[in-house]
Design a protein around this ligand. Structure first.
Ligand code: HEC
Ligand code: HEC
Length: 208
């Protein structure tokens, strides 16, 4: 299938899936999210077999975080640890966790030039992930500043079918292993960037 027809299909999907604004409570999310920091709060934390860095969540779109947690809960996205965490969460818990972990969402800087030279394969990705890796909508994960080895792991998993997604499967299938490395390095180096959730932070509670 051509990239153009893949994009056309994806855009139809997008119109059908416009989601409501997430309204989580970050203070409750912080209480629930304490255990998450054992991995997502440590900059150099690696998952083993296969080895890759645990994804950065601070700055990520809350809609995407919620979608990921739902996919782990249902088993649509396969990961034993994350399934164990997500299986007992209510929808509200997920919204609260997303509000806390995502925190201040990374926003594309208007008119900014991406860092470095974009590999040719990136042209296709920008339609959804932005030229600088900031997802143009809540359902499109932001990639800028994500760990390169995590991006590589994600793309390799889509390509092999280990991670199933109707949109990303066909796009990843068009990437060669050497493209995957280049694309991962490119997005990992863009600004503004995702960050590891800080282990200690004070949450500003809105004054009433
Ligand atoms: C033992 C380490 C560990 C703990 C604890 C943990 N996670 Fe994860 N998390 C991971 C790993 C590893 C992945 C990547 C899994 C994969 O490849 O799908 C992940 C993926 C995620 C993702 C998907 C991110 C993306 O970019 O797709 C979200 C969201 C997430 N975790 C949220 C949480 C929340 C919320 C908690 C606490 C309730 C939590 N995690 C606890 C290790 C952990
Ligand atoms: C039509 C929109 C679209 C296009 C084009 C697209 N993506 Fe995606 N991408 C998505 C969606 C939606 C997801 C979330 C899928 C899921 O839940 O697994 C995603 C997920 C990802 C992830 C996983 C992020 C994470 O945190 O786990 C990576 C990495 C990624 N895309 C890279 C790319 C690259 C590289 C390209 C270009 C070759 C590309 N994408 C093209 C929509 C798109």
């Amino acid at each position: 299938m051509s990239v153009r027809s893949l994009l056309a299909i994806a855009v139809v999907g997008l119109v059908l899936s416009v989601s409501a604004e997430a309204a989580g409570d970050p203070v409750h999310g912080k209480t629930l999210g304490y255990t998450c920091l054992g991995c997502h709060g440590i900059e150099s934390y690696k998952s083993v077999y296969p080895t890759f860095s645990v994804p950065r969540l601070r700055g990520q779109h809350p809609e995407y975080i919620i979608a990921a947690l739902k996919a782990y809960k249902s088993g649509e996205r396969n990961h034993a640890t994350m399934h164990a965490h997500a299986s007992s969460m209510s929808d509200q818990d997920m919204e609260d966790l997303a509000a806390y972990l995502g925190g201040e969402v990374v926003k594309a800087t208007a008119g900014a030039k991406p860092a470095g030279t974009a590999p040719a394969a990136v042209a296709t990705c920008s339609a959804c992930h932005g030229a600088d890796g900031v997802g143009i909508m809540g359902m499109y994960p932001t990639l800028s500043g994500q760990h390169a080895d995590y991006i590589e792991h994600a793309l390799t998993s889509y390509r092999s079918g280990a991670r199933k997604n109707g949109i990303m499967g066909p796009f990843a299938a068009q990437l060669k292993p050497e493209d995957i490395k280049e694309v991962a390095e490119y997005f990992a180096h863009q600004q503004p960037a995702l960050k590891t959730v800080p282990k200690k932070e004070k949450l500003a509670v809105a004054a009433k």
